[in-house]
Design a protein around this ligand. Structure first.
Ligand SMILES: [Cu+2]
Length: 173
């Protein structure tokens, strides 16, 4: 009455290859994308595009003439209204009476290749391109350099008194 050998180690041999079910090939691609995007930013665009005030002021190297800005019983005017100068000269516009006055060039009358230089030559005391700030009191002035301005005729005016014919012409020889 003996029962042997029943439990003769039945199923313990089922050890087996259940390893490594978690690998996904996506890991490698992620790394590759990151590196490539860093290299794209190094594009060599170092040239300055069309920035407005890129032209430097060309200083007065010659004489400076004075033009008075006047408003009285006879009307509003530049005195003298017609001025002839040489390239490199300057003009100092001085308030005498009847302010506020200013000095402005009509962008439509200034040649395209002169515009940026003339605007720069008016300095930074401006209310817009080619138009100086208002000058209120006697003795206040606006000085414009004609350095590096090519020969030609340059009409100018006073913005608040343009309708009253306060204007003139500068001839650069
Ligand atoms: Cu005026």
């Amino acid at each position: 009455m003996r029962f042997y050998g029943f439990a003769v180690a039945v199923g313990v041999i089922t050890l087996g290859a259940c390893a490594g079910g978690e690998k996904k090939p996506a890991d490698t691609t992620h790394v590759a994308v990151d590196t490539s995007s860093t290299t794209t930013t190094t594009g060599a665009t170092t040239t300055t595009p069309t920035t407005g005030g890129a032209v430097a002021m060309a200083p007065i190297t010659g004489a400076t003439k004075t033009v008075n800005m006047v408003g009285d019983a006879k009307g509003y005017r530049f005195d003298p209204a017609e001025v002839t100068i040489k390239q490199g000269d300057g003009i100092k516009f001085v308030v005498v009476t009847g302010g506020p006055h200013n000095v402005a060039f009509d962008p439509a009358t200034v040649p395209a290749d002169v515009k940026a230089q003339l605007d720069a030559n008016m300095g930074t005391d401006k209310m817009s391109e080619l138009s100086s700030n208002m000058k209120m009191n006697p003795g206040e002035s606006v000085t414009v350099s004609f350095g590096n301005i090519k020969p030609g005729q340059y009409p100018f005016h006073c913005v608040p008194h343009l309708a009253l014919n306060m204007k003139g012409v500068i001839t650069v020889q």
